[in-house]
Design a protein around this ligand. Structure first.
Ligand SMILES: Cc1cc2nc3c(=O)[nH]c(=O)nc-3n(C[C@H](O)[C@H](O)[C@H](O)COP(=O)(O)O)c2cc1C
Length: 216
């Protein structure tokens, strides 16, 4: 559900064709959230790198949610008009459909972008009982303070944040003019660790939800 739609069905994983439970081998649907919508943003460079890493995995199918493509108002409503519903339609079904999330976040003034908080606040059950991983970037902080704040927010959403993250300090200096990382071994390894943890939690929660719908 989002802020405007009461939930009527439990959040359960699809059954196998035989009806015996979730298909443990089915790839997890991973929604990658690009949370900077700033003019002149660096975020797409980070997104391109991460999407290239995620595309190599057979245990995920990947969809990008770019917050620059959705214009959600900061005025929350339980009864939004058609224009706001049209914006929600760009993001809410993708969030609901996802088995797992990776949030790409810069750090703004020791926190994360307002557009990301707004996306989180417009939704609720879409986050529940799902794992969340982080790729952060910024200046000297590498976005780590933004990530620590996001862990608190996602706990309130009944989401599970995975321990290991990918962090780019002084991000711009590490990529060339074509957006390629100059020395990707460490960040590629960090992405693998984070995605491995995300896959474990994603599969574990899928199986758990198939037998015990999350009660909230
Ligand atoms: C308003 C604003 C505040 C920022 N605050 C921080 C900060 O607190 N710590 C930090 O390490 N970098 C900070 N930065 C640097 C950004 O994290 C860095 O420029 C990053 O690339 C921004 O992501 P974006 O270009 O995708 O929006 C700030 C940048 C902006 C625009």
């Amino acid at each position: 559900m989002d802020l405007t739609t009461p939930e009527t069905t439990p959040d359960t994983a699809p059954a196998t064709p035989s009806g015996t439970g979730p298909d443990r081998a089915a790839p997890l649907k991973l929604a990658v959230i690009l949370s900077s919508n700033r003019e002149g943003r660096f975020g797409p460079v980070i997104a391109d790198w991460f999407l290239s890493r995620a595309a190599e995995r057979e245990d995920f199918t990947v969809e990008l949610i770019d917050l620059a493509d959705a214009d959600l108002p900061t005025v929350l409503s339980y009864n939004p008009g058609p224009a706001v519903r049209a914006e929600l339609a760009k993001v809410s079904p993708k969030l609901a459909d996802a088995d797992a999330f990776v949030v790409l976040t810069p750090e703004y003034n020791h926190s994360f972008p307002a557009a990301l908080k707004n996306l989180i606040d417009w939704h609720f059950t879409q986050w529940q009982a799902k794992p969340v991983g982080f790729v952060s970037y910024g200046g000297i902080s590498g976005g780590l303070r933004a990530v620590e704040q996001l862990r608190q927010v996602f706990a309130e959403m009944h989401a599970v944040t995975v321990r290991d993250t990918v962090s780019f300090h002084h991000a711009g200096a590490h990529f060339d003019a074509e957006g390629r990382h100059k020395d990707p071994a460490a960040c590629d390894a960090a992405a693998k660790t984070m995605l491995d943890q995300l896959a474990w939690w994603g599969h574990a929660l899928r199986i758990a939800k198939s037998s015990h719908p999350y009660a909230g």
